[in-house]
Ligand binder design. Structure first.
Ligand code: ACM
Ligand code: ZN
Length: 766
């Protein structure tokens, strides 16, 4: 700041406006500090871009800006290298200025004046981030890759001082489960660059496909790069179904080099991941002699964890990996190589004479120690190439390999253990960083692996666990969003899952914790959406989701976007801009389908919420249960009588009991004539959710003496598939105050004997 004020004193007599910074600077991630000034800078066809001569990285940063600005504006901008830093800055120029006084290596100062723009930084990376900020300051049209007609290109005058909170700001992409073309990898890298991410973790090998050409082992891509067919639906659906289509893909070494270079020009380092010792089915299919049993093996067609892994007792395995890693290290100039290390079952090692011999010869305690031995040997291979090893947190199970950086995914414990041992960690806990998880109501979302991770939850993430002291916290390098692609078959779906959650993560990683404010982020995100619209990004619109809650006969509807208006209908039709707006809770006196959506600028950018409310005689009535639901409570105390039925895949809305009968006794509070009682149950045997064996209803007037009013044995013709079934009983108008329902558990699952679940929802009384 010291030199900044000196500069202002000499060059400017404009008054400084200490305006509400964020109302004008709508950049994501939020800069550290911004002062708004009067006026604006206009980019014109004759604006000149000045950058230092003889500094190729600076030319790269300047040319990147010129490239994106030319694409959006259609201008042919002129780039002018300078030999010595100009003493005065000319009108209509954008200057990239090396400046040793800018404090952080990735930091920058962006000065937008009505007459010129200056980006000052110590490194070209800092200048690049300044250019990304400048790009966003020109507004959403600057996101377009084709010329936008009739646009003016102005950026509000301001002075921004900015630098990242964490040195590691990563996004990951799994290209094994599904393969994505080179053009999309480049686009993904572009999207990361906009958000100032600096690492791309490229998950290149797994059970379902080996995706990188290795010259010495061509069968890796020829055999390991193809699977015979692919699972359809969810891996837990029973029985499994397959698409019958061969699925192949890999990147040649030329393509890899092209992508590495593309990323370099965007100041992104690629970390290749070669999975070992587990998740190795594709490699073993190509070279079966590297497995404990010798095979044959196949490239996996379904998702999960597989028992066949690299043999740790066979020296050939290490020779193979040394050769593979030699080629990998030559292709990727970054300092890190990720070797996986997660989810390695020890079944084969336990039964393998070679592995057992290794355990004895190396005096290892057990198979976990053998895994650590494995990782240590691979770490030695990498250090011969001058590289550092990163592994998933399982690599610490048999002892933390010296020098390894731990990627903590099963919570934060692995990361905490690493930093307490004085080693580095990168945080990617499933709870906040798994962008393959559902981001909105699973019933309305495309099929995903599971989980639930909203945009807001990502935004609230704090990568440094509160248990760490400052000295330890320094070893947390940053965090990363992971995009595993079992259920993500297309580039469009990658964009949908990654964005806008990656926008939120970018702010977690860049912006100082005390400058992060969720409400302000959401306000800026609304503008950022238009930038991404211009890039054609298929980001998820769950931000515009409408939520409904029912309380005492009234429905309330709300949405995240404070500027949006919630429009609703009660007649089953989709809301229109002319539909009623939600101003106060809506009274419901009969069963009604509520449909609602958020209206923004005359459009409905999000999806329509549909909730069926059953208004019935037991609605909101209390009940008792002998076995209390734990994990699946239906979200409310009296979820069985709350007027709405759980949906497929939205398990949170069902009431579930494991290995127990349901026996709710509902108190209608007055003697009530009863025509009909209905109850719904869920079937999903792949998830161990089974139908009840029978359902019986009873009535009573004193709550003690119950009379049976009907029993139904559930015929279990079809245990497969996921579905909701309804059972109804006609009572012919009998009067009763208490209703008891007994749904008997299915019992142990056929074949496996596993404990099964019974999921019920909504007991409706007419
Ligand atoms: C992982 O998700 N298996 C790292
Ligand atoms: Zn073995």
């Amino acid at each position: 700041m010291r030199r900044l004020f000196a500069f202002l004193f000499f060059l400017s007599n404009l008054s400084i406006v200490f305006a509400q910074v964020s109302s004008v600077v709508t950049v994501i991630p939020q800069p550290v500090q911004a002062y708004v000034r009067e006026g604006k800078f206009e980019l014109k066809a004759d604006t000149r871009i000045h950058f230092p001569q003889g500094k190729p990285d600076w030319a790269t940063a300047a040319q990147y800006f010129m490239g994106v600005a030319q694409a959006a504006t259609g201008f042919q901008l002129t780039g002018l290298p300078f030999q010595t830093t100009p003493a005065s800055l000319r009108e209509n120029g954008i200057y990239f200025l090396p400046d040793e006084t800018v404090e952080r290596s990735e930091g920058y100062q962006l000065e937008i004046m009505p007459t010129f723009v200056a980006i000052r930084a110590r490194t070209a990376a800092g200048a690049f981030y300044g250019a990304q900020t400048l790009r966003q300051m020109f507004g959403p049209n600057m996101g377009s890759s084709t010329p936008v007609k009739d646009s003016t290109w102005t950026a509000a005058a301001c002075i921004i001082t900015d630098y990242p909170r964490f040195p590691y700001r990563g996004m990951h992409l799994d290209v094994s489960r599904h393969f994505f073309p080179v053009e999309f990898i480049k686009r993904y890298i572009d999207l990361l660059a906009i958000h100032k991410f600096n690492y791309f973790h490229w998950h290149l090998t797994d059970d379902q496909g080996w995706r990188i050409e290795i010259k010495k082992y061509p069968r890796l891509h020829q055999i390991g790069g193809c699977r015979e067919e692919t699972l359809v639906g969810h891996a837990t659906d029973a029985p499994p179904r397959f698409d019958g289509k061969k699925y192949c893909g890999y990147y040649t070494q030329d393509e890899v080099r092209e992508i590495v270079e593309y990323a370099r020009k965007r100041f992104i380092t690629i970390i290749p991941e070669i999975e070992m010792p587990g998740h190795a089915s594709a490699a073993l299919a190509a070279y079966p002699e590297l497995g404990c049993t010798g095979g044959p093996y196949e490239v996996a067609k379904t998702w999960g964890v597989f028992e066949d892994v690299f043999c740790a007792g066979n020296d050939k395995t290490f020779e193979f990996l040394a050769d593979v890693l030699k080629e990998v290290c030559a292709l990727f100039p970054g300092e890190y190589v990720h070797i996986g290390g997660d989810e390695c079952p020890k079944t084969r090692w336990k039964a393998c004479p070679k592995c057992q011999k290794r355990i004895a010869a190396e005096k290892l305690k057990d198979e976990d120690a053998l895994q650590s031995y494995f990782i240590r040997r691979v770490g030695e291979i990498l250090s011969r190439h001058g590289k550092k090893l990163i592994g998933w947190d399982e690599i610490i199970e048999g002892g933390l390999p010296a020098g390894a950086t731990v990627m903590s995914w099963r919570g934060t414990e692995g990361g905490v253990a690493a930093v307490r041992a004085g080693q580095y960690a990168i945080m990617t806990p499933t709870s906040h960083c798994y962008f393959d998880y559902y981001q909105s109501d699973p019933a309305q979302e495309p099929l995903a692996i599971g989980g639930f991770l909203t945009l807001q939850r990502v935004y609230d993430y704090e990568p440094v666990p509160s248990t760490l002291i400052e000295e330890e916290a320094r070893f947390i390098l940053g965090a990363q969003g992971n995009v595993w692609t079992e259920y993500i078959p297309t580039p469009q779906q990658v964009e949908y899952m990654a964005f806008p959650r990656a926008c939120a993560l970018s702010e977690v990683l860049w912006t100082p914790a005390n400058k992060r404010a969720r409400g302000d982020f959401l306000r800026r995100l609304r503008i950022h959406f238009r930038f991404m619209d211009n890039m054609g990004v298929n980001y998820a619109r769950s931000y515009y989701d409408v939520k409904a809650s029912y309380n005492g006969g009234y429905v309330s509807l709300s949405t995240n976007d404070a500027m949006a208006q919630v429009k609703y209908t009660l007649d089953g039709s989709d809301p229109k801009p002319t539909s009623p707006g939600m101003y106060s809770p809506i009274p419901l006196s009969k069963s009604t389908t509520v449909k609602a959506a958020a209206l923004v600028d005359g459009k409905f950018p999000g999806r329509v919420l549909t909730v069926h409310y059953l208004v019935h005689k037991a609605l909101g009535k209390p009940y008792t249960l002998s076995a209390q639901p734990m994990q699946y409570s239906g979200g409310e105390k009296y979820a069985l009588t709350n007027g709405s039925i759980g949906a497929l895949r939205s398990w949170a809305n069902w009431v579930g009991l494991q290995d127990a009968d349901f026996d709710p006794v509902i108190d209608l509070e007055n003697t009530t004539p009863i025509q009909k009682i209905s109850v719904n149950f869920l079937v999903g045997t792949g998830h161990l959710i089974y139908p009840p064996r029978s359902i019986e209803v009873f009535t009573s007037n004193d709550g003690e003496n119950f009379t049976s009013a009907g029993k139904r044995d559930i015929r279990v013709d079809e245990l497969v598939g996921n579905r909701i079934e309804t059972v109804s009983f006609n009572l012919g108008g009998v009067g009763a105050r208490y209703i008891k329902l007994v749904a008997r558990r299915y019992g142990p699952a056929p074949k496996t004997g596993d404990k099964t679940w019974l999921f019920l929802d909504e007991i409706s009384v007419e």
